[in-house]
Design a protein around this ligand. Sequence first.
Ligand SMILES: [Zn+2]
Length: 323
Amino acid sequence: MPMIIVRPLDDELAEAHAFRHQHIEGYESQSQQIRSLRRQFGIEKGLGCKYPTTNLLAVVGDKPVEEYVRRHTMLPLMAAVPAYLSRPTASINDWLCSSFHLGLHRPIEDVRICVECIRFDDLQGTVSSYRRRHHIRGTSRCPWHGCRLHAVRDRLPLNARPNEWVSRQKVDLVTDIEADVPDTRWMHRYTSISMAMLSADKPVSSAEANKALLIALEGAGFSTSIRRPKPLVSDLLSAKAGTRWIAENLPVRGEAVNGTFATRFDGFGDNPWTARSSILHAAVWACFDQGDPWTKSMRANQSAGHGRVPEEPTRIAPSESIA
Ligand SMILES: [Zn+2]
């Protein structure tokens, strides 16, 4: 039986794409779906690690594997500087290999939707989809519309289209963590950098990311070493992001008292090889107006005609009704 091509939708989460394919083909479970795809593609047992689920889904979606990983997994956001990319050079291959474990992972437990994006899809005449941009850790609003996101309240949240959950009233507003952030400009920058990470063409290694931040911190006169422990960028970040955001998203900082040197934030010069998380990088870079490697790369791509992510999130008047 010929395989049915199920193309991923714009920015669609890989796990949502997998679920749609599973339904269309009538598989009872994801493991049955994956087993069947492996059989169809002639993949022998024991070769599994060379064929992550994302690679199978790329074929199902008629997309090159690299493009699929970049455009449909959360890996570009989660793994900008993961431990396994912490060496000085990171390649697309490292990224693709990491998709074996993390390709279908969602960094936020809830499956979230934006009612304005659903309206947009409706106006475009396309089916609504589960988008990566609604699952950026530390955000509670749509990066494009600025309205508060909803979470699907069902045991199988991917079991219906977003618009169907809305009409069945099975969605709830998510807790608006962004409302407690003291500096809205910082929040916009954080979201914007995260969106740039999602559109990155290649992974940024830990060394590359740390070096860029070290230069920016030194240029702005911040401490980058325990030997010169003031002023601290961690204090600036606490003031901009607020204690609640920090406690929920960067608990490691939550343990440090203001005015105390925090190695992961303030010790870039002392520990240039330490792999720091993408969220930490985005949060610290958001304290500055420019210079982060992801936005730079995105702008270069946009000028080359490949970009598709707005430079700054479009914030319109919040519209939180589901009518
Ligand atoms: Zn939206």
